[in-house]
Design a protein around this ligand. Sequence first.
Ligand SMILES: O=P(O)(O)OC[C@H]1O[C@H](OP(=O)(O)OP(=O)(O)O)[C@H](O)[C@@H]1O
Ligand code: HPA
Length: 185
Amino acid sequence: MSTNPAIPSLVEALTRSDILVTRETLDAVIADIGRAIDAALDGERAVFLTVMNGALMFGGQLALSIRTDLEFDYVHATRYRGATTGNDLRWLREPVVSLTNRTVLLVDDILDEGHTLKAVRDDCLRRGARRVLIATLCRKVHDRCVQGIQSDFNGVDLPDRYVFGYGMDYYEQGRNLPAIYALKD
Ligand SMILES: O=P(O)(O)OC[C@H]1O[C@H](OP(=O)(O)OP(=O)(O)O)[C@H](O)[C@@H]1O
Ligand code: HPA
């Protein structure tokens, strides 16, 4: 629990939130995504590129659900920076593994307005990736998503509310909650 009065309380936020998706459901959908990715890779060794920090939990669990061998790297691009609305995208870490001629499996927790995944996907293509497949744990259903970006594999569709848990933060708190929660307001 945060003791800094400047940071909104996670405990208070939980009292005005609903559980949208339980861990049991997420376990099942992540296993399904793993099987679908195995089928899509058809034996090809892809670069599994995790978008930190939000995809930490989903990425680890998804990787363990994929039977095909993978090469791992990560990027850190952040747009929300501990707030509940997006801003300009800031790159904190670029990929190190060469992406030239590779299939890249881009892994993120949420596709919301799409700016983050679009920028990271376009960066992978600029680095010479042959194809970029996008796996997300969840996506929000609204009409504010930028054109030209979608998930190839997605776990659950969510309403247009601020969500947290399972990697996603509420003012940098609550990422390790083992379910997806949504604020009521
Ligand atoms: O579709 P968008 O509207 O671009 O939002 C989605 C992105 O926002 C979150 O990252 P954030 O910027 O909060 O950084 P974090 O992963 O460190 O929490 C999330 O992990 C996605 O990467
Ligand atoms: O609703 C959200 N919750 C947490 N992180 C996010 N990044 C984009 N949208 C969200």
